[in-house]
Design a protein around this ligand. Structure first.
Ligand code: FMN
Length: 222
C-alpha cells in the first residue's frame, strides 16, 4: 500500500511532532492559549458523558514557584525541570459521580482514568498546534499538592501537565512500538499485509527534524 507523504493528515503530523518537552523557555503563555487548550479538553468523550476532568491551572509565577518547591522536593526532585514551565496544570478527577463507581464495580475498568487521559491528550495536541509544548508529569508529591491547594477529598489528583514554549527539543523520535506489534486484524496476533509497506512509507523522523530546525530550537538528548 503506497501512501504519499504529502497526503499525511494534519493531525497525524501534529501527533508525530509532539514530544514530551523538559526544557522550557521563559516566554509566558497567554490566557487565551490556555483557554483554547482547556476548551479542546472539554470536548473529549467520556463514559456516560460524566466529564470527570477538572483542571487547576497554575500560571501565577510566585504561586507556581512555591507549589513546585513543595511537590518536586525529595524523591520527586527529577521532576524539578517542570518548574521552568510557565504553566503547570493539575489534572484532577471528580470522583463522586455514580457512573464512575458503577463502571469500576461492574466492568472492573476505572473509566474515569480513560476519560481523563483523553481530555488531557486533547489539551496536549491543541497546545502542540498552537506552537506550545507539554510534558505529562506523574512523579510529584500528591499529598503536598493536595495540601497546597486544600483540594477536597472528592477530587483525585491524577497528574500534572507542564505547558510552555520549548527551549530545546529531543533530537530523535522516541522508541515507539511498531504497528505490527500493537495492532492485529481479525485474529489475535494476526498482522495484515499492508502494515509493512505502511511502516516503510510512514517514518516520521525527517519531518520532526525539519520542524525542530525551522523552530530554531536546539536539540538535546532526553
Ligand atoms: C501519565 C504519564 C506520566 C508521565 N510522567 C512523567 C514524569 O513524571 N516525568 C517525566 O519526565 N515524564 C513523564 N511522562 C512522559 C513520558 O516519559 C513520555 O511520554 C514517554 O517517554 C514518551 O515520550 P514522548 O512523550 O516524547 O513520546 C509521563 C507521561 C505520561 C503519559
Amino acid at each position: 500500500m503506497k501512501i504519499e507523504r504529502e497526503k499525511v493528515p494534519h493531525l497525524l503530523k501534529l501527533i508525530w511532532q509532539r514530544r514530551s518537552i523538559r526544557r522550557f523557555s521563559e516566554q509566558p503563555v497567554d490566557r487565551e492559549a490556555i483557554l483554547l487548550c482547556l476548551e479542546a479538553a472539554r470536548w473529549a468523550p467520556s463514559a456516560e458523558n460524566v466529564q470527570p476532568w477538572r483542571f487547576l491551572v497554575i500560571d501565577d509565577p510566585p504561586i507556581k514557584q512555591k507549589f513546585a518547591e513543595a511537590v518536586f522536593s525529595g524523591i520527586y526532585f527529577p521532576s524539578r525541570f517542570a518548574q521552568q514551565a510557565p504553566v503547570l496544570i493539575l489534572v484532577l478527577a471528580e470522583l463522586d459521580i455514580l457512573a464512575n463507581r458503577i463502571g469500576k464495580q461492574i466492568q472492573g475498568v476505572a473509566y474515569y482514568l480513560l476519560d481523563i487521559g483523553m481530555a488531557g491528550e486533547h489539551l496536549v495536541l491543541q497546545a502542540e498546534e498552537l506552537g506550545l509544548s507539554t510534558c505529562w508529569i506523574g512523579w510529584f508529591n500528591l499529598k503536598k499538592a493536595r495540601k497546597f491547594f486544600a483540594i477536597p477529598r472528592k477530587y483525585k489528583i491524577i497528574s500534572l501537565l507542564a505547558l510552555g514554549y520549548a527551549a530545546k527539543r529531543p533530537p530523535r523520535s522516541p522508541q515507539k512500538r511498531s504497528l505490527s506489534e500493537i495492532a492485529w486484524f481479525n485474529e489475535m496476533g494476526k498482522s495484515c499485509p499492508e502494515i509493512s509497506d505502511f511502516e516503510l512509507n510512514f517514518h516520521p523522523d525527517d519531518s520532526l527534524q525539519a520542524k525542530a530546525k525551522s523552530n530554531g530550537q536546539e536539540k538535546i538528548n532526553d
